[in-house]
Design a protein around this ligand. Structure first.
Ligand SMILES: *Cc1c(COP(=O)(O)O)cnc(C)c1O
Length: 238
């Protein structure tokens, strides 16, 4: 077995184990984060059943997508979004996890081709309290999301699927758990308000088991599948 297929099989076991601990186990979607990994690695993961791939850098993602045209892959955009990138993102991705402002929502909607199904989006929430991080600060998330949901009703080419977070980069497990719990609470509240909401996107290589225990149903895993990334993009690019 190759390293990648071995890693994926280990992660499937871990996901199963963690979802058994979760009080209401759901189907968990695994997004393989392939940023700064070459397309041969993507094919290896695809060959063992991975259909969802996450990318952070638009140009790199477009190159890979073109190369892998024949593969029925669902592409997820995870990186920070600048206004001038919205057109290409709306044309080329199935999901965007890092939406955090109205202007971007409108641009994605206006540029989504009519022959494609609505673009799935998650709103990024900043649970860490660090102001330099992207996302809507968790402390005023509820009010903000209400406003975004109102705007979304006028944007038919977007489908709000849920919320996404990147927790604090800390070894303090209690801090991370508190952030996961806050996300889960927010997610449960939102689900009551909008029927399209079914996705809590949290958990990466180092914390996906914990994230699932606290209610995540979509994990975004890079390093634990593909190994460490090339230096330029090591770590979370946020
Ligand atoms: C890079 C990245 C990941 C994957 O991180 P790993 O630690 O390699 O699993 C997940 N989500 C986002 C938003 C990222 O930028």
């Amino acid at each position: 077995m190759s390293t990648i297929s071995h890693n994926i099989s280990q992660i499937h076991d871990d996901i199963q184990e963690a979802s058994a601990i979760n009080a209401s186990p759901e189907k968990i979607t695994l997004v393989a984060v392939s940023k700064s990994q070459n397309f041969n690695k993507i094919i290896e993961a695809f060959d063992v059943g991975i259909l969802n791939f996450g990318e952070n850098y638009l140009q790199e993602a477009l190159d890979k997508k073109k190369h892998l045209e024949k593969f029925p892959i669902q592409w997820h955009f995870l990186g920070p979004i600048q206004g001038n990138k919205c057109k290409l993102i709306a044309e080329n991705f199935n999901w965007v996890h890092s939406v955090d402002r109205i202007k971007v929502m409108k641009l994605l909607n206006d540029n989504r081709p009519s022959n494609l199904p609505p673009l799935n989006i998650c709103i990024q929430i900043n649970t860490s309290g660090e102001e330099t991080k992207s996302g809507i600060p968790i402390k005023d998330a509820k009010a903000h999301l209400k406003e975004l949901i109102q705007v979304l009703k006028e944007l038919p080419k977007l489908k709000l699927r849920g919320i996404m977070s990147i927790p604090s980069n800390t070894k303090d497990a209690k801090q991370v758990i508190d952030e996961f719990k806050a996300m889960h609470t927010l997610y449960s509240e939102l689900k009551n308000e909008m029927s399209s909401i079914d996705t809590l996107s949290m958990g990466m290589s180092n914390d996906f088991k914990l994230a699932i225990e606290y209610g995540s149903n979509l994990v975004r895993i890079g390093t634990a599948i593909f190994g460490v990334r090339a230096l330029k993009t090591q770590g979370v690019d946020n």
